[in-house]
Design a protein around this ligand. Structure first.
Ligand SMILES: [Zn+2]
Length: 186
C-alpha cells in the first residue's frame, strides 16, 4: 500500500504567516492534484504549546488551536484520513511527523500495510527532512516529491534545501517529480 504524507501545510508556514517559507503556497496546487492518486492521505501539523524551547530558535508559530496552526486555506483537506500532531512537547523541536503524540504514525501506517510513503510539504530542510530520515530508519520505502516541497533556506549551504535533498537521497530516499505519480492499476 502507498500513502501520501503531507507535512505541515499550515498558515504560519505560507506567505503572510509567522514563519513563512518562500514559495510555500506555490506547492499547494501540486499537492491537491496528487491526492486523488493515493488510496491513503495523511498529514502532520506543527502543534506547539505557548511555551517551548522551540521558540528560542524560531519565531512563535503554529501554537495549538490558533489560526496560524490551521491548514493553509487552499489545501484540499477532505481526503486527509488522519492527522498527526507534533511538536506538542515544550522540551523539544518535534520536527519529525514520527514524533506525533496524538497518534503513532508508524503504527498507523503498519496497520494499513503501507510500505511506500510519499512525502511532500514544508519545510524541506527541517520537518520534511526529519520525517523522511525517520521513515527510512523505520524501514519504509520513501519517495520525496521534489516539486511539492519548499525549503526555509532554498539556496543551501550549509544545511539548506539542496543539501537536505541530497542527504535524504544518500540515506535511501527516492526523489521524484509529481508528474511521475499515477494511481495504481486496479
Ligand atoms: Zn515548529
Amino acid at each position: 500500500m502507498r500513502a501520501l504524507l503531507i507535512v505541515d501545510m499550515q498558515r504560519d508556514f505560507c506567505p503572510g504567516g509567522a514563519l513563512a517559507v518562500a514559495g510555500g503556497d506555490a506547492i499547494l496546487p501540486v499537492i491537491n492534484r496528487m491526492m486523488p492518486h493515493f488510496e491513503l492521505v495523511v498529514a502532520s501539523r506543527d502543534w506547539h504549546p505557548e511555551d517551548t524551547v522551540h521558540f528560542e530558535r524560531w519565531p512563535v508559530h503554529c501554537v495549538a488551536g490558533t489560526p496560524g496552526a490551521e491548514y493553509a486555506p487552499e489545501l484540499d483537506s477532505a481526503p486527509i484520513a488522519q492527522e498527526f500532531l507534533k511538536g506538542t512537547d515544550g522540551a523539544d523541536d518535534g520536527y519529525s511527523a514520527f514524533e506525533a503524540t496524538n497518534e503513532d504514525l508508524e503504527a498507523w501506517l503498519r496497520t494499513r500495510q503501507v510500505d511506500d510513503l510519499f512525502v511532500c510539504g514544508l519545510a524541506t530542510d527541517y520537518c520534511v527532512r526529519a520525517t523522511v530520515l525517520d521513515a527510512l530508519a523505520r524501514g519504509f520505502r520513501v519517495h520525496v516529491v521534489i516539486n511539492a516541497v519548499a525549503a526555509v533556506h532554498p539556496d543551501g549551504p550549509p544545511d539548506g534545501g539542496p543539501h537536505a535533498l541530497q542527504e535524504m537521497k544518500d540515506a535511501g530516499a527516492h526523489l521524484l517529480h509529481s508528474a511521475m505519480i499515477r494511481a495504481p492499476e486496479p
